[in-house]
Design a protein around this ligand. Structure first.
Ligand SMILES: NC(=O)c1ccc[n+]([C@@H]2O[C@H](COP(=O)([O-])OP(=O)(O)OC[C@H]3O[C@@H](n4cnc5c(N)ncnc54)[C@H](OP(=O)(O)O)[C@@H]3O)[C@@H](O)[C@H]2O)c1
Length: 294
């Protein structure tokens, strides 16, 4: 049987690895913070002490890490996984990173004799738990094809967007919209409330309209309760808008709205809200404006 390695057991990775395990795959895991592997180990996953050890024992290695810096450090740093992988093994990077970074990692992988696919995901904590993610995939068709059974165990669809970097390119497009739609929705709520409109009525009215995104409406319970435990940490949407900006710079195009939203999220990160859910941008805006809405 194909031996799976899974590196990165945060909000998303822990749930994705659990679904691979549940589907009956032999799976080894590693995470910088070991305690996050305990539940998986109790359910039968093996533990590897370093990314390198994990890679040396896996046929397919999935990574689900926070940032390009985290991917690069674990791939190429001391005891990194890339030099340790078997020749012709497959590295599937599910982390949200920028396309030029993906293409650089694909080159590094090629030089190490390893095949690579970028497969970031659309869908958050609950879709990850329920195996309802959408994989946005870049890479060679044969490699992508061979991964379909694993994508199906963790998600409900896989969109093969093109060659290396096409998956992360598509992810930039998704999260540019996500980050802006949540920020715009928060501003809209703030304005409505400041004009004396009731928040419940606003949610009801917007839920039945075409102007609010489903992602924003889905944040109703968090905004109403003011409990912003992260499904998607705010600091990572700020990172994604930053990566979209880097990509735009590389393509010599302007993204004025993306940059405004990126800076707004950074202000919230600076106020200590980075580990809260991205919908806490509403709480940040209300605090900033001195409104009682939050
Ligand atoms: N949450 C979502 O809704 C969602 C949805 C789609 C895509 N994503 C993307 O998926 C990725 C993971 O997100 P998440 O929500 O699971 O985040 P998370 O809970 O913060 O997990 C981040 C993971 O990266 C690891 N990590 C961070 N810096 C590292 C470093 N320097 N060296 C080694 N490991 C490092 C963490 O290890 P520790 O446990 O030791 O900190 C953890 O395993 C991100 O790229 C995010 O943008 C998230």
């Amino acid at each position: 049987m194909t031996q799976i390695g899974f590196l990165g057991l945060g909000i998303m990775g822990s749930r994705m690895a659990a679904n691979l395990l549940k589907a009956g795959n032999p799976i080894l895991v590693h995470n910088r913070t070991r305690s996050k592997a305990e539940a998986l180990e109790a359910s039968g996953a093996g533990w590897a002490d370093t990314p390198g050890e994990l890679a040396s024992r896996a046929d397919i290695l999935f990574t689900m890490l926070a940032t390009p810096e985290a991917v690069e450090a674990t791939a190429l740093g001391s005891q990194g996984f890339l030099p340790a992988m078997h020749k012709n093994a497959l590295w599937v990077d599910c982390s949200t990173v920028n396309p030029s970074f993906t293409r650089r990692m694909a080159d590094e992988a090629r030089q190490a004799g390893v095949r690579m696919v970028d497969a970031p995901v659309a869908g958050s904590k609950i879709p990850a738990e329920k195996a309802q993610l959408t994989f946005l995939v870049g890479g060679d068709s044969t490699d992508v094809q061979s991964l379909q059974p694993f994508f199906a165990e963790m998600g409900r669809q896989a969109i093969h967007a093109g060659g290396h970097g096409a998956g992360t390119s598509l992810k930039m497009v998704f999260n540019l919209l996500l980050g802006q739609s949540i920020a715009a929705f928060a501003e809209a709520l703030l304005l409505g409330e400041s004009l004396g409109l009731n928040r419940d009525m606003l949610f009801d009215a917007l839920s039945g309209s075409i102007v609010a995104s489903q992602a924003a409406i889905g944040k109703r319970a968090k905004i109403e309760s003011g409990a912003y435990e992260a499904d998607f940490p705010l600091q990572w949407v700020q990172k994604d808008l930053q990566l979209a900006s880097v990509s735009a710079y590389e393509q010599r195009i302007a993204l004025p709205l993306t940059n405004a939203a990126k800076e707004l999220y950074m202000e919230a990160v600076q106020r200590g809200m980075g580990e809260l859910d991205l919908s806490a941008i509403y709480a940040y805006l209300t605090q900033k404006s001195g409104s009682k809405g939050a």
